[in-house]
Design a protein around this ligand. Structure first.
Ligand code: FAD
Ligand code: PYC
Length: 406
């Protein structure tokens, strides 16, 4: 037996010692979105002279920090059609990558504790059905049947009146999504450079000419920015203004316990959501931290607030230990819809404004941004998400469906 130390087969990705002096496309950010765009550029458009630059490590941003809820029960026609296409793409992804993404279809309940919340659920259900998405308003007895351990009165002060039930709601293994897209792109010739930070973008006469990185200068005519919570910093480099602002979003998991919870439950009024992972951990989150902050520190205040509300729904969890907590940086928009597509700078494309809702969109973002970059025209599915909408007062209001309370 001889260990081949010189040329071992890469377990996931090739390592490239040097950056080339030029690429057809430079993608900033090796989260799920950047890697998915690289994958579809190579697979569907044959564009492989592409590098993905990542200041940290693959999936180390929000992709590896999110709570992996996948659904398409949105409020606007633009949102429903877009996320529905993503849910379709998720179905074949493990086969496509030959990598188990642990995609698990669980069903998703958005709980309503007030009459006005029920009205919003009805609205969402009708828009969803209109576009062929499986969502319906159900009574509290259906919630109880799906999650028998729930206290349907929530401690007596916020009784559950009903819910929006969305059968396609699912969860998946988030890191594996980044690895799958990364490996698929790498196998097709895309270069992924970790530990490589973009420090500046060279724009001349309104056109992208190159990128300054911590490892030298690269010439390119096309740059895709897919950096989630770092979007405002990159936009400064090209002198483009956006209404994106950054808030931390925290989450936590419990110690692993026996499986007892099949569906995903979200309560906007109690500001909590919960699912149980394949490993038995309870994956829990709440609303955004209520202040702008470009940082990923987590707080005791968050754990105390979240567990208080969690115990209103599930008092029997009082002795279960919290195992880990963390935060990501959410790039929020005023209308809770993303900002995607071409920009006033020729050759500079945006995949941003993914706030607290972008993991589920990873496949469709990859597909639509690859189209947009390859053809230099916005994919029809993303025209409702253009940066222009803020100037034109044509918002795509998704606040009622984006995630938990804000
Ligand atoms: P990221 O994964 O953050 O990737 C961006 C990458 O860019 C990072 O790796 C970063 O290091 C890199 N980068 C930044 N600046 C530079 C630079 N100058 N040079 C080079 N690289 C740079 N969404 C859902 O759909 N469902 C959920 O259940 C859900 N839960 C969430 C829970 C939490 C706690 C958080 C924080 C978010 C949640 N989200 C959820 C939102 C989701 O995580 C994000 O919208 C999505 O992961 C964004 O993916 P991305 O690839 O765009 O960004
Ligand atoms: O987009 O469904 C979602 C979500 C839930 C928690 C954070 N984001």
């Amino acid at each position: 037996f001889a260990l081949n130390k010189k040329h071992p087969e890469p377990r996931m990705f090739n390592f490239h010692e040097k950056l080339k002096s030029s690429y057809d496309v430079v993608i900033i950010g090796a989260g799920g979105h950047g890697l998915a765009a690289a994958y579809y550029l190579a697979r569907d458009y044959g564009i492989t002279n592409v590098c993905v630059l990542e200041k940290g490590y693959i999936g180390g941003g929000n992709t590896g920090r999110n709570t992996t809820i996948i659904r398409s029960n949105y409020l606007t026609p633009e949102g429903v059609k877009f996320y529905d296409e993503s849910v379709n793409l998720w179905q074949d992804l493990s086969d496509d990558f030959d990598l188990n993404l642990f995609y698990a279809n669980r069903g998703h309940f958005t709980l309503a504790h007030t009459d006005s919340a029920l009205r919003t659920m009805r609205w969402r259900a009708e828009v969803n059905k209109h576009y062929g998405v499986d969502s319906e308003v159900v009574g509290p007895e259906v919630v109880k049947e799906a999650a028998p351990m729930i206290d349907i009165s929530c401690g007596g002060h916020a009784p559950i009146l009903g819910a929006l039930y969305h059968a396609p709601g699912s969860v998946a293994r988030h890191d594996a999504v980044a690895w799958g897209y990364g490996r698929g792109a790498d196998q097709r010739g895309v270069e992924i450079h970790q530990q490589t930070e973009v420090l500046g973008i060279d724009v001349q006469a309104g056109k992208v000419k190159g990128v300054k990185t911590s490892r030298g200068y690269i010439s390119t005519n096309k740059v895709l920015c897919a950096v989630a919570g770092s979007t405002p910093r990159i936009l400064k480099m090209v002198d483009v203004k956006s209404p994106i602002y950054i808030h931390p979003l925290q989450a936590m998991v419990s110690e692993p316990i026996k499986p007892w919870l099949d569906p995903i439950l979200v309560s906007g009024s109690l500001h909590v959501y919960i699912s149980q992972s394949a490993r038995g951990e309870l994956v829990m989150g709440a609303s955004l931290d209520p202040y702008e902050l470009h940082g990923t520190r987590s707080t005791l205040d968050f754990v105390e607030g979240l567990t208080t509300h969690m115990l209103e729904m599930f008092p029997f969890l009082s002795n279960v230990k919290v195992m880990r907590q963390w935060a990501g940086m959410a790039d929020m928009t005023p209308d809770f819809a993303p900002v995607m597509g071409k920009t006033p700078v020729e050759g500079f494309y945006l995949d941003s404004g993914w706030g607290t809702w972008g993991f589920k969109a990873t496949p469709v973002c990859g597909k639509t941004m690859a189209h947009t970059v390859a053809t230099d025209s916005d994919h029809p599915l993303i025209t409702g998400f253009s940066l222009d909408r803020f100037r034109n007062y044509a918002l795509t209001g998704e606040k009622g469906a984006a995630s938990v309370g804000h």
